[in-house]
Design a protein around this ligand. Structure first.
Ligand code: GDP
Length: 525
């Protein structure tokens, strides 16, 4: 058991769209022998231009199930890459997936530096001290000066950085990356798209070979840079990285499969095995004898003829076993899964057991929700799956009175899948849907129609934020809610939220109601 846990490395690759996440994923899979040629990994990116084409969205949904978890072995480790959607309108899905990993690789475009999505994703990693490795990509193009980029990373990502490789020039003049960790240099050979063992190696920076290979100017510059790095940055510490305080930085070009091997080889050496996980009762250790795990993602109705769903379960402790009865903590009922599958092969494969760090796909008829915990009897619930206030709110209005039931069922299931958040108002039984981006509304309208035969109109509402409200004394909360009833709604777990119309209004409400606490995120608990 201990060995099985030690072997596993479960992580996600995250980036601002277009930085190179898909390309890097593909190259890692090539090294892992999971795929044989480039082009085998399809991007799950949804093009804004293509969104009117709903077939496209459906296709993307199919792809994103197929590539949700990619497993391969490398360097004696069993590596699980959890895929995250690239489009920012689906950021919530990414945040949930990040609750199920033990570390991340963050891809940065060397010309663009830290972008908006990069910052937000990093904030989520910081919340849990998730260890981060940075891969600066596209060195085959002209990018920002390297030291400047390092400063930007440190400042904008709010983490100490420590280069472990270092580029020699960039763009047309890019010659390779020096491996500071292993103190050797591999020279760039553009256009490499398959795994090659032939690497030109210079083991000693002081040797004249360096001049011969890269010329006097670049050799001098590299020696100066390396001196400067060793002077400026503290020695790399694996502990600091694993504590989420220092991010090692690698350079390369995913497209040219350059610098990727250095990244992967270091990754298998330093990345953390499955970590303990916080729960409502205590911290759960992976090597505990009894099984526990939680659902972080749900995919519904891939086949519209069957209403079944796939729940993605992260194993946190003990051993998951096929057909064994586990406690579904929220409903306090026993559940058995006779066809759990893993993502080890290109095809889904039924498995008999799984260990901490693994992700298991469970068929479900609608009993499981995101955030649900399964155990061998203990009444604990894993915490740490964030729900943030939506940015856009619309009222869902039924346009086919004969199918009100289907509409309500459909929206409930879609929001359980995490496509959007649903708030219900007691007055008038109003349904309010909140999302991060506009794209989700299109998806909702389309899927309600295609999968539930329900049609609806979405009426824009001018809310600015949803705040989860609590108070020490129930009476204070009741008074507040009674007085502001038109702006109170209930989330899917029946927690009250206050819908604020503007930042200014919200601030004055907060100031006027010191006994009420307002939160901008809620944890699925
Ligand atoms: P994602 O949105 O982060 O998944 O990005 P992709 O992997 O789809 O890459 C976005 C674009 O950048 C694609 O056109 C890639 O071919 C290109 N790209 C990825 N890596 C590199 C690289 O190292 N150099 C160059 N020049 N282009 C790259």
């Amino acid at each position: 058991m201990h060995q099985e846990i030690e072997k596993r490395r479960t992580f996600a690759i995250i980036s601002h769209p277009d930085a190179g996440k898909t390309t890097l994923t593909e190259k890692l899979l090539l090294f892992g022998g999971r795929i044989r040629e480039a082009g085998a990994v399809k991007s799950n990116k949804i093009d804004r231009a293509a969104t009117s084409d709903f077939l496209e969205i459906e296709k993307q949904r199919g792809i994103s199930v197929a590539t949700s978890v990619m497993t391969f072995e490398y360097g004696g480790k069993l590596i699980n890459i959890l895929d995250t959607p690239g489009h920012k309108d689906f950021a919530e899905d990414t945040y949930r997936t990040l609750s199920a990993v033990d570390s991340v690789i963050l891809v940065i475009d060397s010309a663009k530096g830290v972008e908006e999505q990069t910052k937000r994703l990093m904030e989520v990693c910081r919340m849990r001290d998730t260890p981060v490795i940075v891969f600066v990509n596209k060195l085959d193009r002209d990018g920002r000066p390297t030291f400047e980029l390092m400063d930007e990373l440190e400042e904008m990502l709010d983490i100490r950085v420590r280069p472990l490789t270092w580029p020699i020039n960039m763009g047309q003049r890019f010659k390779g990356v020096y491996n500071l960790y292993e103190q050797n240099l591999y020279l760039f050979n553009p256009g490499k798209t398959v795994v090659e063992d032939e690497r030109r190696l210079i083991a000693d920076l002081a040797s004249d070979d360096l001049e011969q290979e890269i010329g006097e100017t670049d050799a001098g510059q590299l020696r100066d840079d390396v001196d400067l790095i060793e002077g400026v940055y503290e020695e790399f510490s694996v502990d600091e990285y694993r504590a989420g305080r220092t991010a090692p930085v690698f350079f390369g070009s995913a497209l040219n499969n350059f610098g990727v091997r250095e990244l992967l080889e270091t990754f298998v050496q330093i990345s953390p095995p499955p970590a303990p996980r916080p729960s409502t009762l205590r911290e759960v250790q992976p090597d505990e004898a009894t099984f526990s795990g939680f659902v972080f993602k749900i995919h519904a109705n891939l086949d519209p003829r069957h209403r079944d769903r796939i729940a993605f379960l992260r194993v946190c402790s003990g051993r998951f076993e096929r057909s064994k009865a586990f406690l579904h903590v929220r409903s306090n009922k026993q559940m058995r899964f006779s066809t759990p599958y893993s993502f080890m092969a290109q095809k889904k494969e039924i498995i008999d057991e799984a260990f901490p760090g693994d992700v298991v796909g469970l068929y479900d008829r609608g009993d499981l929700k995101i955030g649900d915990t399964l155990t061998e009897g203990e009444q604990l619930t894993f915490t740490g799956i964030p729900v943030f206030s939506p940015a856009i709110f619309k009222e869902l209005i039924n346009t086919d009175p004969m199918r009100d039931k289907q509409l309500r069922k459909g929206i409930k299931q879609l929001t359980e899948e995490g496509v959007a958040q649903l708030f219900t108002q007691r007055i008038g039984n109003r349904l309010i849907v909140g999302t991060v981006g506009d794209l989700q509304f299109e998806v909702i309208q389309h899927r309600l129609n295609a999968e539930y035969g329900a049609s609806c109109r979405l009426k824009p509402l001018s809310y600015y934020k949803a705040c989860w409200i609590t108070a020490d004394a129930k009476k204070d909360l009741d008074d507040f809610m009674q007085y502001r009833e038109p702006q109170i709604a209930w989330d899917k777990d029946d927690q009250p939220v206050y819908l604020a119309e503007s930042q200014w209004m919200l601030q004055s409400i907060i100031d006027d109601n010191p006994k009420i606490s307002f939160r901008f995120s809620s944890e699925v608990a």
